[in-house]
Design a protein around this ligand. Structure first.
Ligand code: AMP
Length: 398
């Protein structure tokens, strides 16, 4: 990456130093307050271990949920500290605040290789406001700053951007380095052919990424609810399917610009209502009757998409092919997930761009088989759109 990485820092740079690491420990909790998925904690382990092995005093900071600048008891990071202690095999010191004298005392008292976890950064209103005073207080406990929270790198907050103005050394963590390698690599110097698959509900939320990907990729496969806006643009009847009327002209001009690069489904699975147990049937996209709505791509479309993917060097996937939350309408999404897993085995670089597509590959049980699963939905979309992320721009140049 063009930014300095923690991997560039040696034991001499790190031993005995207070290293503040912004991580993304925004994990889901159940009603009893137990962690239901610790993927994000595991994703930060390589950076944490790198630092402890080099003798750093590691201070971790994260947000959880949306406490909106107030202390919310159910959003404390106490269960995260317990889980992290288990995963690291060493006790993690949990602080009750993220700034202030008590935190400074705890951090100064750490031995080399010890780890402390600050309290939820968003309990302090200065975090999301990127208040310089708050950032300065965070930096007061840090000799070195490491950003490894890819999921919040697109936000300029106190702990992602502000803090870098008050610390001499600001670098990216190993997770951020990996995210940039795959996501930027796919856009800037992909192994070709590069095929992008974009799905999900709305054209409006993906328009930025569709436009950029159209320029960069060799083929663009479109699925999900947004296909019906494209069909409407072609003058087809879409029944009760999801359509963004105000994006029909945009869809039309995208099709014209794309010069045949865009592939749309040829058949769809339609339902007589939006429910998991709705009556369903498969029809050609030219034959969607009134009163029915398309909720998945059909088997012929899957075949067309698999053929388009067959010889590709890189695939980027963002957004499901249908309403995969309902088993009956998850078939298309699952077939694409399985195809990508197979392609990885044949040497194709497969990148899952965050959010619902990650949930889909996990549901199918093929997450391990992908080259890269992004830990940031919004951040990965912005990177793929070619935007600069404030939490990365702020780091020292390599
Ligand atoms: P997004 O957040 O834009 O990636 O959209 C993901 C959502 O799109 C998922 O919750 C899907 O259920 C939904 N979705 C996918 N296909 C359709 C469809 N044909 N009709 C309505 N919603 C859909």
């Amino acid at each position: 990456m063009s930014k300095k990485s923690v991997a560039n820092l040696t034991e001499a740079d790190l031993s005995g130093k207070r290293v503040f690491v912004r991580v993304d420990f925004n994990v889901p909790l159940n009603e009893a307050g137990a962690i239901t998925d610790d993927t994000r904690i595991r994703a930060a382990l390589p950076t944490i271990k790198y630092l402890t092995e080099k003798g750093a005093k590691v201070v971790l900071g994260s947000h959880m949920g949306r406490p909106k600048g107030q202390v919310v008891e159910s959003m404390r990071l106490t269960p995260v500290a317990a889980r992290l202690s288990e995963l690291l095999g060493q006790d993690v010191v949990k602080c009750d605040d993220c700034i202030g004298d008590a935190v400074s005392a705890t951090v100064s008292g750490l031995s080399n290789g010890q780890v402390a976890l600050l309290e939820n950064l968003r309990f302090n209103p200065g975090e999301e406001k990127n208040d310089p005073e708050f950032a300065k207080q965070l930096a007061a406990n840090a000799d070195v700053y490491v950003n490894d929270a890819f999921g919040t790198a697109h936000r300029a907050h106190g702990s992602t951007e502000g803090v870098t103005h008050h610390v001499d050394t600001s670098v990216g963590g190993l997770l951020i380095e990996k995210e940039l390698k795959f996501l930027k690599g796919a856009i800037e110097a992909p192994k070709r052919p590069l095929v992008a698959i974009v799905g999900g509900s709305k054209v409006s939320s993906k328009i930025g990424v569709i436009k950029t990907l159209l320029e960069k990729c060799d083929k663009l496969i479109i699925g999900g609810g947004m296909i019906f806006t494209f069909y409407k643009a072609q003058g087809l009847a879409v029944g009760g399917s999801l359509v963004e009327e105000d994006k029909v002209d945009l869809a039309k001009s995208l099709m014209e610009q794309a010069e045949g690069k865009i592939l749309l489904p040829t058949d769809v699975v339609i339902a007589d209502n939006f429910a998991p147990d709705a009556n369903a049937k498969t029809v050609s996209v030219k034959e969607i009757p009134d009163g029915w709505m398309g909720l998945d791509i059909g088997p012929d479309s899957v075949k067309v998409f698999q053929d388009a993917l067959a010889d590709c060097g890189t695939v980027i996937w963002n957004g499901p092919m249908g309403v995969f939350e309902f088993d009956k309408f998850a078939v298309g999404t699952e077939a694409i997930a399985n195809s990508l897993a197979e392609l990885t085995g044949k040497g194709c670089i497969t990148i899952i761009g965050g959010g619902d597509s990650v949930a889909a590959v996990e549901k199918v049980g093929v997450a391990e088989k992908m080259s890269h699963i992004s830990t940031g939905g919004g951040a990965s979309l912005e990177l793929l759109e070619g935007k600069e992320l404030p939490g990365i721009v702020a780091l020292d140049d390599a």
